[in-house]
Design a protein around this ligand. Structure first.
Ligand code: CP
Length: 316
């Protein structure tokens, strides 16, 4: 394993990680994947570390996955949800976080609807910040677990063709995946209705297709994204029914392809919209493996970011 140190104090986005960071996270996650499949799934690595999970936006997978990862590493964990907090009384993000940090918190995992919220926080506080999704910007641990799952399936990412299909313009998962897959040598295509593809996205080194059949015939892996209706204040396509007709992936489409395509989805799935249930639950789907790998990948990120802190606590 390379030197046990990431090049960055925070995980704000994949944009700020280099290839050595990615390899180190994957190799560390390999070890933790072995740990969480043991009868005793816990190690004492973060015994002296306190982590606050701050969720200002809804989450099922990311929140539970981080909490499990922290507990498997023996960290002390506090959970904060904005819907049941004094944010509702008008408290600012910085006041909220500073109050939590004054209770001696070492690391903060934060999901927030505002792009750049994690980066803003990192400029004002001393704790390590992990971005668990900031609006439409980045969702770095999702991209890491996606890439780790592809690596698990194919052995390596270099030269693989990955299509990201769906609502690209509102998706933090899409941007983090584009950065991550590019750094790992995979080819990326984005596909969706023209209104859901950002202008000039080719400048990030990706191909663009407006035909789901073309994308599916081109790729080895399809990472399918949901339509984020909660982020759309105008109509980007006539109806969900038409979206499904033109961009939904069903079994007849999957079975008509010359080569098998691995199906991924970050969740939550809108069954019958972007993916039919038969596809989501098919042998070609690795959606639940993504969720399983999320815990090991998040353990790796937490462990590596906490390493300098743990070493200084031990006086080394
Ligand atoms: N993939 C993902 O971020 O899911 P949640 O919104 O449920 O955390």
């Amino acid at each position: 394993m390379a030197e046990l140190q990431l090049s960055t104090k925070h995980l704000l986005g994949i944009k700020y990680l280099n290839q050595d960071d990615l390899q180190l996270i994957f190799e560390t996650a390999d070890s933790f994947k072995e740990v969480i499949n043991r009868p005793i799934k816990k190690v004492p690595s973060l015994r002296d570390i306190t982590i606050a999970n701050l969720f200002f936006e809804n989450s099922t997978r990311t929140r539970i996955s981080f909490e499990l990862a922290e507990k498997r590493l023996s960290a002390d964990v506090v959970n904060f949800s904005s819907s049941a907090s004094s944010v509702k009384k008008g408290e600012t993000l910085l006041d909220t976080v500073n109050n939590i940090l004054s209770m001696k918190v070492d690391m903060v995992v934060m999901r927030h609807p505002a792009p750049g919220a994690a980066s803003f926080l990192s400029n004002h506080i001393d704790a390590n910040i992990i971005n668990a999704g900031d609006g439409t910007h980045e969702h770095p641990t999702q991209a890491l677990l996606d890439a780790f799952s592809i690596r698990d399936h194919f052995g390596e990412l270099k030269g693989l063709k990955v299509a990201i299909i769906g609502d690209i313009v509102h998706s933090r998962v899409a941007l983090s995946n584009i950065f991550c897959l590019g750094k790992l040598g995979a080819e990326v295509m984005v596909c969706g209705p023209p209104t859901l593809i950002p202008k000039h996205i080719e400048s990030l080194g990706v191909k663009v297709s407006y035909s789901v059949r073309e994308a599916m015939e081109w790729c080895d892996v399809a990472n399918v994204l949901r339509i984020q209706l909660e982020r759309q204040d105008i109509k980007f396509f006539p109806s969900l029914r038409e979206y499904t007709q033109y961009f939904g992936i069903d079994l007849p489409l999957l079975n008509s392809l010359k080569s098998p395509v691995v199906i991924m989805h970050p969740g939550p799935i809108n069954r019958g919209v972007e993916l039919s249930s038969e596809v989501a639950d098919s042998d070609q789907s690795i959606i639940l493996e993504q969720v399983e790998n999320g815990v090991a990948v998040r353990m790796a990120v937490l462990y590596l970011l906490a390493a300098p802190r743990s070493r200084s606590m031990m006086g080394t």
